[in-house]
Design a protein around this ligand. Structure first.
Ligand SMILES: Nc1ncnc2c1ncn2[C@@H]1O[C@H](COP(=O)(O)OP(=O)(O)OP(=O)(O)O)[C@@H](O)[C@H]1O
Ligand SMILES: [Mg+2]
Length: 392
């Protein structure tokens, strides 16, 4: 074990000093250099040769080598009474008391990282869920129905509650579906892999084959959130688009396979839920169909509060008034209006040189220039879709 580690240390470019007695290897010490610091990582002495000064000799040899490499400070982290402690004390190392060793096992194995990288996945920051503004209904729903059972699978299994594995979010553009899917992965601390239909098809194989390969490989990960945006492109009704039948049939096979392996979540999003093949959406394939519409007043207030917190805003600005002016805005619209107001304040500050401040007037002008991306007609259609499709 120690020799194997030694060999890999040498291969990795560590500085290693060995002690030979009677033509046999009896001790070794390895250190890694970073700038003017070195960390002793490995001290090993054959049991028959302990307490004979070999450790001190090794340490001495190592120090000489390190000195020539520009090292000024050498540290070694070893336990009380462990091999090498006496040698370090003999060589004048000072024990530093009171240090606490903090350790963390990274949640993803290297083999898994290769699969995640291959499909362009990422491990997201931990706080995206807390950064979501508004979306209270969606957050409560997902907390209770998805995150809670996934976080306590043994209770779920005792009761006979199947763990959720497939979710479709539908709704008009810019309502936060993609943002929400990422926040969900961040909340679970699972890697997030977005499969883009356009990219899958460009891999040389057919879209159906690439999709099968992606879902099979990603299904081998212990945990993953697989996100497919514009799901209507992947799974349109076969009746209306016979050319897509191959992909839809592939999905009908792949989804049950994925559902059998716990710890995976397939999250899909679409602006056109009614265009999706009904066989794909039926219960047993998708656990939840969640409509994500424009934010209500509380949601808008949260969005504005969040946007203004990142801007230098005049204290006369009232979030309540902004909310009333933006009923019907999506999170994307609020963000656009906020940035337009900031741009206006920026242009003024650049020309007059006064304190840069976003004024009420900037916000009002920006809001009046921003057309809600969801029209009354789209909202009506969405409300009807919620009645026909939502399943929670
Ligand atoms: N809950 C939220 N809190 C803060 N910002 C949000 C929230 N939801 C969305 N946004 C912002 O609004 C914009 C649009 O969101 P997103 O891309 O998630 O919408 P979408 O529903 O996926 O749109 P599309 O249907 O067009 O794909 C993004 O800039 C995003 O950062
Ligand atoms: Mg999106």
């Amino acid at each position: 074990m120690e020799i194997a580690q030694f060999i890999s240390e040498v291969n990795d470019g560590a500085v290693v000093i060995v002690a030979i007695a009677n033509s046999a290897l009896v001790g070794l010490v390895g250190a890694r250099v970073a700038g003017d610091r070195a960390w002793t990582q490995l001290v090993a002495i054959h049991p028959d040769w302990r307490n004979k000064g070999i450790g001190s000799a090794l340490s001495h040899g190592l120090e000489k080598r390190l000195l020539h490499l520009g090292v000024r400070k050498v540290s070694a982290l070893i336990g009380r009474g462990q091999v090498g402690e006496q040698a370090l004390l003999n060589r004048g190392f000072t024990p530093v008391e009171g240090l606490v060793l903090y350790e963390k096992l990274l949640s993803i194995e290297p083999g898994e990282v290769r699969i995640i990288d291959k499909w362009g996945g990422q491990v997201l920051e931990a706080d995206l869920w807390d950064q979501l503004s508004g979306m209270k209904r969606e957050r409560d729903l997902v907390n209770q129905r998805i995150i809670a059972p996934l976080s306590d699978p043994s209770l779920a299994s005792r009761i006979g509650l199947r763990l959720p594995s497939t979710v479709l979010m539908f709704g008009p553009p810019g309502t936060g579906k993609t943002t929400f899917a990422k926040a969900l992965a961040s909340r679970l601390s699972w890697p997030f892999v977005e499969l883009l239909p356009s990219k899958l098809a460009s891999g040389g194989g057919t879209l159906a084959n690439e999709l099968r390969e992606a879902l099979t490989e990603l299904g081998r990960l212990e945990h993953v959130v697989i996100f497919i945006d514009e799901f209507d492109e992947i799974a349109p009704a076969r009746e209306s688009r016979p050319a897509a039948a191959g992909v839809v049939n592939e999905l009908l096979k792949s989804i049950p396979d994925l559902r059998e392996r716990a710890g995976k979540l397939l999250v899909c999003a679409t602006n056109f839920v009614e265009a999706i093949d009904p066989a794909v959406l039926r219960p047993g394939r998708f656990d939840f169909l969640i409509g994500v519409g424009p934010p209500d007043r509380d949601g808008l207030t949260a969005l504005w509060t969040h946007s203004l917190s990142r801007m230098n805003v005049d204290e006369k600005v009232s979030v309540k008034e902004l909310t009333e002016k933006c009923v019907g805005f999506t999170p994307g619209d609020v963000d656009l209006a906020a940035q337009r107001a900031a741009a206006r304040a920026f242009a003024r500050a650049q020309s007059d040189g006064k304190t840069p401040l976003v004024l009420n007037d900037d916000l009002n002008v920006a809001i009046s220039r921003t057309r809600p991306s969801i029209t009354a007609e789209m909202l009506n259609a969405f409300n009807t879709e919620v009645i026909s499709f939502e399943r929670i």
